[in-house]
Design a protein around this ligand. Structure first.
Ligand code: NZQ
Ligand code: ZN
Length: 408
């Protein structure tokens, strides 16, 4: 376990129906001067208008003496040009704070816009993409998140992920300045999430803890226990929510698991590189696929590949979380990857690159882009850091496994 410093300033209000307490939560922040009078509400499609959710939120904001500016049309895998427009709107309308009403894409765009309006450089400079002298944002307008999908954990983390379609890169801003000041997690808002997006969320929250679990420094039994619980809960209640979207019990469990997966509890003292994310973000950038879909294909394939060299931890995960019984570590590690893939498949998730439409002709370029974006020097070459550092050939090996339908 490593030494660490932990700080998470996001106030979380959790529970079915809690969105209706927004005025009560905003009013004291207005009185304390944390939130100003003019709020920009960021959202995706007109879904939130049609369902009445936007009207409800606007009514709650008005009751807290806030004027509302709308910024809609944020698409999944939010883009740099949308970010630039949002920053302009904040400036044009004299907005003092931002409220995100949607999934991780909407929350990320809101965070990036809240920081971008105060950033001295170009918006893309805020995003780490291999710059020699990276300057993350250090200040941002306050932002509040009301997630409508359990997946990314963006509602309680300091990260925003943005895609640059010009350079075909997707990467992250990480700064304490972009933690939401308040997040209202109301699982009732997630009952309308369709089965495919529900399953993408499950795959995403699982990968947030497995990245740390497998790539961390070891000797982290408490963090490992958290991580294992997140995976168990995500698999059990994910399957239930995919089958019956209205199952509020399942939605409630998923919502909290998604938040805990990336709010720093699992990562404190155990932080490891997010190598599968680094590869997936390139797939999303090039093919505009859902993040959780890309992870469902890559994460089990990476586990199969990485577990061949360091089977102990992978075997332990397979036994403790997936009830694998093989006694030999190498067999148990491989069986765990297969079992996770099967669970994903049963939830309707894609498990091969072909299902994502990824062309074999792009494999080496995809690998090179991932390394150029977030790679680091290691023994004289550039690699993606991980328990087993990945150069281009290693990434292509994982693509090869991810393109095979049968593994054992
Ligand atoms: O446009 P709307 O109407 O909002 O539709 C969305 C979108 O089409 C829909 N949706 C959301 N809530 C719904 C709903 N549909 C019906 N009922 C509801 N209640 O779902 C679709 C996907 O939404 P999106 O926000 O893209 O999904 P998600 O929450 O999975 O976010 C994915 C984005 O977050 C990034 C990903 O890379 C991706 O860009 N990530 C952010 C992270 C972070 N900030 O910490 C970490 C993650 O690893 C991830 O990279
Ligand atoms: Zn993720």
């Amino acid at each position: 376990m490593r030494s660490f410093e932990y700080h998470n300033p996001t106030r979380v209000v959790f529970g079915p129906g809690r969105v209706k307490t927004l005025t009560d939560r905003i009013a004291p922040l207005r009185t304390a001067g944390v939130l100003g009078e003019r709020c920009m509400v960021v959202y995706g499609s007109d879904r939130v208008l049609d369902s009445g959710l936007l009207g409800l939120v606007e009514g709650q904001l008005k009751a807290a003496d806030c004027a509302v500016v709308r910024f809609g049309g944020v698409r999944p895998n939010p883009r740099l040009d949308t970010l630039t427009r949002a920053i302009e709107q904040i400036r044009d309308h004299g907005v003092n704070w931002v409220l995100a009403l949607g999934g991780g894409s909407v929350i990320d765009l809101s965070k990036a816009a809240a920081a971008g309006v105060m950033y001295p450089g170009e918006p893309w400079d805020m995003v780490f993409h291999g710059q020699a002298h990276y300057r993350p944002p250090t200040e941002a307008l306050p932002m509040v998140a009301i997630p409508t999908l359990a997946a990314t954990g963006s509602e309680m983390d300091p990260i925003a992920v943005i895609t640059n379609t010009g350079t075909r890169q997707k990467s992250f801003i990480r700064s304490d300045a972009i933690f939401p000041v308040l997040s209202i997690l109301d699982p009732e808002l997630t009952v309308s999430v369709p089965p495919d997006q529900t399953a993408y969320g499950v795959s995403d929250m699982i990968s947030h803890v497995t990245e740390t679990y497998f790539n961390g420094p070891g000797n982290t039994p408490l963090q490992d226990g958290f991580a294992e619980s997140v995976v168990r809960v995500a698999l059990k209640y994910g399957a239930l929510a995919v089958k019956n979207g209205a199952d509020i019990r399942a939605r409630t469990q998923l919502q909290w698991a998604a938040t805990v997966a990336l709010n720093g509890w699992v990562q404190a003292g155990a932080d490891g590189p997010f190598v599968v994310h680094a590869i997936e973000h390139v797939l999303s950038a090039w093919y505009d696929i859902a993040h959780g879909a890309g992870l469902a294909v890559l994460n089990p394939a990476w586990m199969l590949w990485a577990g061949r060299q360091n089977p102990e931890k992978f075997a332990s995960f397979a036994r403790r979380v997936l009830n694998v019984r093989d006694e030999n570590d190498a067999d148990a590690a491989a069986r765990g990857a297969v079992e996770l893939r099967k669970r994903f498949q049963a939830m309707g998730l894609p498990v091969t690159l072909q299902e994502l439409g990824v062309s074999r002709d792009d494999w080496t370029d995809l690998a090179d882009t991932a390394i150029a974006t977030v790679g680091q020097g290691h023994e004289g070459r550039r690699v993606l850091p991980a328990i087993r550092p990945m150069d281009r050939d290693a990434i292509v090996d994982v693509f090869m496994l991810a393109s095979r339908e049968e593994w054992l």
